[in-house]
Design a protein. Structure first.
Lengths: 108, 384
């Protein structure tokens, strides 16, 4: 009986912690913003997004498999530059945001 | 700058002539709201005036404890004597870094006791990366819902970035980080009023909402453990929507009667070229809210960026270079005590004389007027 109660308590605690973690990470599935920095070699992309004057820097991993499009054509990550507007489809993997598809919407 | 169509001049006369209509006082809602919308306006004002404490979510960094603390004179939604600090980095390649990774462009000037105890700071530190720092006064927000309802296509039609008509005035659009056309804020950076408000809750008061569920960082560093224990979001969607409705439904106050010198000043204002940027009226587009649907209203702005010369330059933001500012809406300017983006002018005459860049032609023509004519222009402005 004692063992069942302990297991139930652990489950409740784990569920609470997972919920709290999920609440801390905004569940982006798509973001649109300005390229702030990119590291083609390490596959890292920083995008400025936000609401009003509350701006946020979002760091994404851009794995070699990521699809990047500009004007309908496929381009490498290095074709992007600071100041470009991009729309990124992405998902969370642990604490990291992974880009699945990047579309250059245009220069600002 | 492409001029407002001649038809708007006739409408302007009609608007001024409608003096028999009930005057709208500062703080009144726009006319034509439904009973439900008036109720939301009233309840929204209560949210706007709510004073937050650390226990209800204030901070840990903030500029004020309530919207109504900075927008208070002569009523909620008016101007305030607070001056805030903004900073960005302008790069040689023309890109503007809003310092999002360092806590954003608004540098909060106050901190909760818990943050002071944890980090020993009483305000947000100015990022080392900043290349420019600007002061911003708290202006009145009357009539902003009408400005919000002007179609983007109108702004596009007013812009003349290459000064194709050679009048010395260009006027160009700013764009938000996601590429949308901006119009709110001194640099016309923010596209919509509701986004401006949601952002303001968190940057000015440290109040998170479903629209902005994360706090500002402390100059890019995370908030120390235990300093902000209030669960996010600190206000719910309904409170945010009510505050939005209060701001959206705040009417621009009616201009005072323009007789004698003020009437002459209105013509001079147009003749010397002030109206080339300070468009007297704008028109809203189709809108589901009847009171905002296809309404012509006094605005005295074109919502575009203009180069105001190196003496006024401070920070970049979006596409706006340090010297570029949005044409300030002059509605309610009679209620203001300080003028220009940083409040450096204490009289309207000073404010005009400090116009540079694209505003220098109108400024010089103003200075060339006789003293009586200059007084007439000022008398006109004091009716707005």
């Amino acid at each position: 009986m004692k063992r069942i109660a302990s297991a139930a308590l652990l489950l409740v605690l784990a569920s609470t912690l997972l919920t709290a973690a999920a609440q801390q990470q905004p569940a982006y599935t798509s973001i649109q913003g300005t390229v702030h920095a990119l590291q083609p070699k390490s596959g890292s992309l920083d995008v400025v997004t936000g609401v009003g004057m509350a701006l946020r820097l979002v760091r994404l991993a851009a794995p070699p498999t990521v699809q990047i499009a500009s004007g309908g054509a496929a381009v490498p990550l290095s074709a992007l530059k600071r100041g470009d507007i991009v729309r990124v489809q992405c998902h969370w993997s642990g604490k990291q945001l992974i880009a699945d598809r990047i579309e250059k919407v245009g220069p600002r | 700058m492409r001029r407002a169509p001649a038809a708007s001049v006739l409408l302007l006369v009609a608007l001024f002539a409608s003096g028999c209509a009930k005057p709208v006082h500062p703080g009144d809602p726009i006319s034509g709201l439904t009973a439900e919308q008036r109720d939301r306006f009233r309840r929204g004002r209560a949210v706007f005036d709510s004073v937050f404490t650390p226990e209800t979510g204030l901070g840990p960094l903030f500029n004020s404890a309530a919207c109504g603390e900075c927008h208070e004179d002569p009523v909620s939604g008016g101007s305030g004597d607070e001056v805030e600090v903004h900073a960005t980095a302008f790069h040689a390649d023309g890109n503007c870094d809003p310092l999002a990774g360092e806590g954003g462009p608004v540098i909060q000037q106050d901190a909760t006791p818990a943050l002071k105890a944890a980090l020993g700071i009483d305000k947000e530190p100015l990022p080392k990366e900043a290349t420019g720092r600007g002061l911003r006064t708290s202006l009145s927000i009357f009539g902003r819902g009408l400005l919000d309802a002007v179609p983007d296509s109108d702004l596009v039609s007013y812009a003349d970035p290459d000064d194709e008509n050679h009048d010395g005035i260009s006027g160009r659009l700013n764009r938000f980080v996601d590429g949308r056309i901006g119009r709110f804020g001194r640099k016309a950076f923010v596209p919509t009023l509701s986004e401006f408000n949601a952002g303001a809750f968190v940057i000015e008061q440290g109040i998170t909402s479903p629209a902005v569920p994360t706090e500002e960082s402390i100059g890019g560093a995370p908030i120390p453990e235990g300093v902000d224990p209030t669960p996010e979001p600190e206000i719910n969607q309904e409170a945010l929507d009510l505050a939005n409705d209060f701001v959206r439904f705040l009417a621009p106050p009616s201009p005072l009667r323009q007789t004698g010198a003020a009437g002459n000043g209105r013509h001079l204002f147009d003749r010397i070229g002030c109206a080339s940027c300070h468009f007297p009226t704008l028109r809203t587009g189709g809108n589901p809210i009847r009171a905002l649907d296809r309404k012509r209203f006094f605005a005295y702005t074109d919502l575009l960026l203009h180069d105001m010369g190196p003496d006024l330059a401070d920070i970049c933001l979006g596409l706006a270079a340090p010297a570029e500012f949005r044409t300030e809406p002059l509605v309610g300017v009679r209620l203001a005590h300080h003028f220009l983006h940083d409040g450096r002018a204490t009289t309207l005459e000073q404010a005009i004389e400090l116009h540079g860049g694209e505003g220098s032609g109108a400024r010089d023509r103003f200075k060339a007027l006789t003293p009586k004519e200059r007084e007439a222009v000022i008398a006109f402005l004091k009716t707005l």
